[in-house]
Design a protein around this ligand. Structure first.
Ligand SMILES: Cc1cc2nc3c(=O)[nH]c(=O)nc-3n(C[C@H](O)[C@H](O)[C@H](O)COP(=O)(O)O)c2cc1C
Length: 291
């Protein structure tokens, strides 16, 4: 056993505890329990937010030497804490966790949010986008989207929000042209059947359909609708027409139908997509588009 062994809390583990049980979940979704002395384990976890020397943890665990060694072994074997031979590696593991990339993929993304129930779940995705993809994220909300979310919630989180074709803010006289020209990417998530129909027909009757029509940037659409609507021939035809125009359309993911949570049936719909697989798709589109 190396004398200078260091330990840190595994940053990918979620811990939740009461006075008699400590439950933890690893990033591979495996859940485990420790029933003995959760309070002591929590004390150790708190100390292990920074790398700790082995002898110092053993002191924190308390009890007899054998008992403390035993618990430390158990915590390491279960993956709750990680051990390193040197302090630099231990610190590097903590630093890398959630560190944003040094270079973002682009300057500006315009996100269109349309009137579907999935709109209520989009704010966390935008926070991820700003962290991992773009310096600035502009949010365009349709009138129907405003039935599902509040513009203020996005503004409180620092996003620039647009809701009206004729709105003037930040010295922008014609929002659809400025947003269309300055965007490096247009992402419409969730894209309702109605908005998809407007994009496909060139209706240009609201801010997001105007922006989509006027941009040279890649456009990614994430359709979100009930499986029957998705299968409805005119909707399927519109989606294919947009693919034919060169737009990227995300395939629906497998999830519970948000409007019918009373059933236990999984369906393919837009609600099956989450921030991490959308950000990955965006990275993939950028790589292909800019080749
Ligand atoms: C509770 C509720 C949920 C809805 N969910 C969806 C949906 O998931 N997908 C969809 O395409 N339309 C859905 N709609 C219908 C749209 O809101 C409607 O077609 C609206 O005109 C879309 O406008 P927009 O595309 O301008 O945002 C829903 C309507 C309601 C009342």
């Amino acid at each position: 056993m190396p004398v200078d062994q260091y330990f840190v809390r595994n940053p990918l583990v979620t811990i939740i505890a009461n006075d008699s049980v400590l439950i933890f979940q690893k990033d591979d979704s495996k859940t485990s329990c420790i029933r003995s002395r959760p309070e002591n384990v929590l004390k150790v976890m708190e100390a292990l937010r920074t790398p700790q020397f082995r002898e110092d943890i053993l002191k924190k665990i308390g009890g007899g030497q054998d008992e403390a060694e035993n618990l430390l072994r158990q915590l390491t074997a279960s993956g709750l804490i990680l051990s390193f031979a040197d302090i630099d590696t231990a610190e590097e593991v903590l630093r890398r966790r959630d560190a944003p990339p040094t270079q973002l993929l682009c300057k500006r993304v315009v996100v269109g949010i349309t009137g579907t129930i999935q709109a209520a779940f989009i704010l966390p995705l935008l926070l991820e986008l700003r962290r991992w993809i773009a310096e600035r994220v502009d949010v365009v909300l349709t009138a129907s989207a405003l039935r599902f979310v509040s513009a203020q919630a996005f503004e409180y989180c620092g996003f620039c929000v647009w809701t009206d074709v004729f709105e003037r803010q930040n010295n922008v006289a014609v929002p659809h042209i400025t947003l269309a020209m300055e965007a490096d990417l247009i992402l419409v998530i969730p894209a309702s059947a109605s908005s998809i129909s407007r994009f496909a027909s060139g209706a240009c009757s609201d801010l997001i359909s105007l922006i989509v029509s006027a941009t040279a940037a890649p456009v990614i659409l994430v359709p979100s609708m009930n499986p029957a609507m998705l299968a409805y021939k005119p909707n399927a035809t519109n989606i294919q027409a947009l693919r034919n125009l060169g737009m990227y359309v995300a395939e629906p993911g497998l999830a519970f139908e948000l409007c019918e949570l009373s059933t236990d049936q999984l369906h393919f719909s837009g609600s099956g997509l989450n921030p991490s697989n959308i950000t990955q798709s965006i990275e993939a589109v950028f790589r292909t588009y800019h080749k």
